[in-house]
Design a protein around this ligand. Sequence first.
Ligand code: GLN
Length: 486
Amino acid sequence: MELYNLSLNQIAKKIKSKEVTIKEVLDSVYKRIEALDETLGAYITLTKDNAYKKAEYLQEKLDKNEDIGILGGVPIAIKDNICTKDVKTTCASKMLENFVPIYNATVIERLEEQGAIILGKTNMDEFAMGSSTETSYFKKTKNPYDITRVPGGSSGGSATCVSADMAYASLGSDTGGSIRQPASYCGVVGLKPTYGLVSRYGLIAFASSLDQIGPFTKNVEDSAIMLNIIAGNDKMDSTCANTKKEDYTKFLVNDVKGKVVGVPTNFLNEGVSDDVKKAYDEAILTFEKLGAKIKNINLEYAKYSLATYYIIATAEASSNLGRYDGIRYGYRAKDFSDLNDLYTKSRTQGFGDEVKRRIMLGTYVLSAGYYDAYYKRAQQVRTLIIEEFKNAFKSCDVIAIPTAPSTAFKFNEKSKNPIEMYLEDIYTVPVNMAGLPAISIPAGFDKNNMPIGLELIADAFREDKIFNFAYTFEKNTNFNKVKPNI
Ligand code: GLN
């Protein structure tokens, strides 16, 4: 067992008890990164100098028996669309290739306050648009379970680095599944908190009414610890809810007796592979054996969420990405004849195909003649989806569904056909549409030994239920103990 193999909570304790020094921990993880990341490509930028400086500072404090915070000295990784002061934040785009923020996102401030050490910034789909991390301008990230396969996306780098023990935890962002789906493909725990629970200040916007930051971790306990730190009201984000501070580790209780798991029977056939279906059925059986009640429910509108998501998300993206015009910051084309030409060339050269596709789609659905037919209608369907979930949670504690219809696919398998790629999000987007919390936890392997994820959804701000069910499942199964053979 190496230091990098340990969980976030285990390493935090070892540091505090002075069993290991923070430098030893950093050495172990960076050595792991040096050995593997050439192959896996999880990181865009490493922040080694800063990390060692902070390690020294924290160790001195610890040696004087001063408080170093909950995560004192624990190395973590950050998706490259979350602003880090004086450290490049690229969104994996040529547009922001050299963008260095002058401020930290609120989540970074909170992690830093608790003594976390940032190892580096992780690869992603360009502007978080994608399900495979293949749209990154810089490189491909590989799945640690099989390097011929994608890690999922858009937070593929953040999932891979935790799965391959190249970080104790990481942050990702989830607009339509970008934390849960890569977590499921890489066999780790990924949490998308309730919309408004975690500040979006400093998260580079994709679709503001859907985006939410959340953690990737090696187990459920670590997920609760990370949420404890990043959750909470922030005056810099007006969409952040005014919740009272919660200790989510309180809900790590191994008992779901008498509680109700909703199974949306009519929504379970959306292209689900046999292996995924089998793992799902077994997971439901596990809950039943543990004393939970299983309730069949009907989610009538959830199947429309994909269609509505690709209207709402692209509409918001087209507006949010309007700021990249070559004038204020970001990439600027070299040769241009006038202002219009500067805009056009900068955007043409600075954005990749998927981003352009979304901007065009979003501009189209918002245009005068089509607004009512597409955007307005999508918002109406969104309301139906919200109400349908509300209704379901009157009689269920959580709803369980597969995180994704299939497991990690091969490179280029779906990138030629955007619609096929979009279908990977069928089970994750309804959650963003309704602003709910959901987690993906390891729940099996397919015939190629690729991880399968189980998604647990709860009512808004009921992360307590998610942790209770996820923890119980983890404690009573062995999927979480498996590591990629890399
Ligand atoms: N895969 C989805 C998309 O391409 C979700 C992305 C995300 O959650 N950031 O839009």
